[in-house]
Every structure is written in structure tokens, then in C-alpha cells.
Design a protein around this ligand. Structure first.
Ligand SMILES: [Zn+2]
Ligand SMILES: [Zn+2]
Length: 346
């Protein structure tokens, strides 16, 4: 095993450098992974500017949407061996507080850990994580598909967290980024009718290939009105807000039908948004916030295997680790570059 590795270290706000660092420490309950593919997420771009839900502790290594091969395991690990192909959960908690014990480690109030966000992540040749957070992937699954499991699991969790969907539901997804498209794919694979609202034509077209029954351009039409027309005047049974934009977060309550369900997955930090909150009560809307995807990873892998969904297509552009600066620049330019997800391959 080498002593050092290349890693993309976020040194301070808006400054990241690809450099040699020591290999991560591997404790008795950890597994050390050789990273094969790692996606760049909108959160990664935000975190590098110093903005996130949890404080950003520079310097550290970013990256949370990874897949790789186990190269060594800690002395207490019996569930993995070198050569195992794995993905891993990014968010975890202390494991013992009241909230963790309830199964919601992503909202741990004592020691919330978000790997690649507030502690070292996987924009590196090697990455270490507790074995309990790692999950084996099917032999036939390629590395690119595996690296998209993380965003898919978040979208899937966003639907499950508000009770799931079935062929009786119309699911409205706002935002056609990778999480939004994953929500489209997951809802469609669950049998629901799916409407997607997204301003970029390229992403609307992609949504069609992931099963959206209707795609709407919010810049060109009245989204609430059209959704009501498509649903017999009622509105969507389920709204998945995956854009994080203030207007869409506000609009989500109007797109939902009376007694509808709204899941907020898109991230909006530190901004006050004016909404008529009484609508939630008067119209009996159930609202759920979703941050990560603890406790659904095993299920997510099974869902992908059984549904035969091809999520590798979400990764539209690939760069080697040596060109990670270029990859970040490309991913920052959402307006000019037609992409869904940029993946760093190793
Ligand atoms: Zn992400
Ligand atoms: Zn806890």
C-alpha cells in the first residue's frame, strides 16, 4: 500500500487543490476503499464556497457520491474483505442519541457527520469509512452506475419518507438536476404518473427518457394551472421539490392537492422564503424535509437491481482525477453546459 495519495483538498472557501496527502487512517471497524468513480454534486460546489447546512470545516477532502473496491479492512471487520465492490452512506450520527436510536442518524443532534461535506470524503485515490456504512453492489453493476446510487438513494428516500407512491399517484417533481431525475425514475419505476418541471430543455428531454409523462417549462407556462389541468383540477398527490429554488419551494404547496404530500429535498440554506404557511393546515398538506438517505441503502440497491433502471445515463460527462479542477469548472457552469452529472473517474 502506498503511504500517500492524490486528493482534492478544499483548503479554504473557493480554494481546492489536488495534492499528495497521507492515506486515510483506518480504524478497527473501518474499511479502506480504492475509489473508482465519484460524482460531483451541487452540494460539493456549494460546500466549497463555504456554505452548507452544517458548518464547513476547512481544510478537508470533498466528495460523497463514490464507488470503489475494498483494499483492506480493520481488525474488527468481518463483513467485508479486500476485493469487495462497495458504495457507502455519507451521513451518519453518534448512533446513540435519542434521534439516532429512532433510526434518523441524518438528523443526529450530537455529532452529525456528513462525509465529504464536514469530514474527509472521496475526491481521492483512497477513502476510509466505517464498515457499517458500506454496502456491497451487485457483480454486474459498473462503477459509474454505482457512483450514482448516492443521489438515487436520496431521491428514493424523499419519496419513501412521505409514504411512497404507487400507480394511483401523480408525482410532481420540481427540478430536473440529478436528484430530480432520480425522483422521476424512482416514481415511474414504482408505477406512478410523473410530471416534471424544469427550465432547461436538455434536462426536460432527459426526464422523458427516465419516464416523465409530462415535462413543463416553468419559464413558459403556469405550472400550477397546468398541473391542475392534468390532474382533474386537484393538483399532484405528491410533490418532490428537488431544485432548492425559493420560488419552487414556495410553489410546491400550490402544486400539491388538498391532503397531498410534499417532500423537500432541494437544499436552500439561510434564506427566508415568504409563504402562506396556513395553507399546510387549511389544505391538510403533509410536509417532509429530507436530507440524506440513511437506512435505505440496501433497499436502494435492491430497487435498482429489480427495476432494471439504467441510472448510469445520469453521468453525462467524465474527467480523470488529474483534471478535477476542470471537472468542477464544467459543473459550475450549469447555464451553458448541457449536463446532468459530472463524474470523476479513477
Ligand atoms: Zn450529492
Ligand atoms: Zn445521534
Amino acid at each position: 500500500m502506498p503511504e500517500t495519495m492524490k486528493a482534492y483538498v478544499y483548503e479554504s472557501a473557493n480554494k481546492a487543490v489536488l495534492k499528495d496527502v497521507p492515506l486515510p487512517k483506518t480504524g478497527g471497524r473501518d474499511v479502506l476503499v480504492k475509489v473508482k468513480a465519484v460524482g460531483i454534486c451541487h452540494t460539493d460546489l456549494m460546500v466549497l464556497t463555504g456554505v452548507n447546512i452544517v458548518p464547513v470545516p476547512f481544510p478537508f477532502i470533498g466528495g460523497h457520491e463514490w464507488a470503489g473496491e475494498v483494499v483492506s479492512v480493520g481488525s474488527d471487520v468481518t463483513t467485508f474483505k479486500p476485493g469487495d465492490r462497495v458504495v457507502g452512506e455519507g451521513n451518519s450520527g453518534c448512533g446513540s442519541c435519542k434521534i439516532c436510536q429512532d433510526g434518523h442518524e441524518d438528523y443526529c443532534a450530537v455529532e452529525p457527520v456528513q462525509r465529504g461535506i464536514n469530514t474527509d470524503g472521496a475526491f481521492a485515490e483512497y477513502y476510509s469509512l466505517p464498515a457499517r456504512l458500506a454496502h456491497k453492489i451487485p457483480d454486474a453493476m459498473d462503477w459509474i452506475t454505482a457512483s450514482v446510487i448516492e443521489p438515487f438513494s436520496v431521491a428514493y428516500n424523499g419519496i419513501r419518507a412521505i409514504g411512497g407512491c404507487d400507480p394511483g399517484d401523480t408525482v410532481f417533481v420540481s427540478g430536473g438536476g440529478s436528484i430530480g431525475l432520480c425522483a422521476v425514475a424512482a416514481a415511474k419505476a414504482s408505477g406512478a404518473r410523473v410530471i416534471l418541471s424544469e427550465p432547461q430543455a436538455f434536462r426536460r428531454a432527459a426526464a422523458g427518457t427516465f419516464g416523465a409523462d409530462y415535462t413543463l417549462d416553468p419559464a413558459a407556462e403556469d405550472v400550477v394551472k397546468t398541473t391542475k389541468t392534468l390532474t382533474g383540477g386537484f393538483g399532484a398527490d405528491i410533490v418532490i421539490e428537488a431544485s432548492g429554488s425559493a420560488d419552487c419551494m414556495k410553489q410546491a404547496l400550490d402544486v400539491a392537492r388538498n391532503n397531498g404530500r410534499v417532500s423537500y429535498i432541494g437544499v436552500n440554506v439561510g434564506r427566508e422564503i415568504l409563504v402562506e404557511i396556513g395553507k399546510i393546515q387549511m389544505r391538510g398538506i403533509r410536509v417532509q424535509g429530507v436530507l440524506g438517505s440513511p437506512s435505505v441503502w440496501g433497499r436502494t440497491v435492491d430497487f435498482l437491481e429489480q427495476s432494471k433502471l439504467d441510472i448510469s445515463r445520469l453521468s453525462t460527462h467524465r474527467f480523470p482525477l488529474s483534471e478535477i479542477d476542470k471537472a468542477f469548472d464544467f459543473a459550475r457552469n450549469v447555464k451553458n453546459n448541457n449536463f446532468i452529472k459530472v463524474t470523476v473517474v479513477l
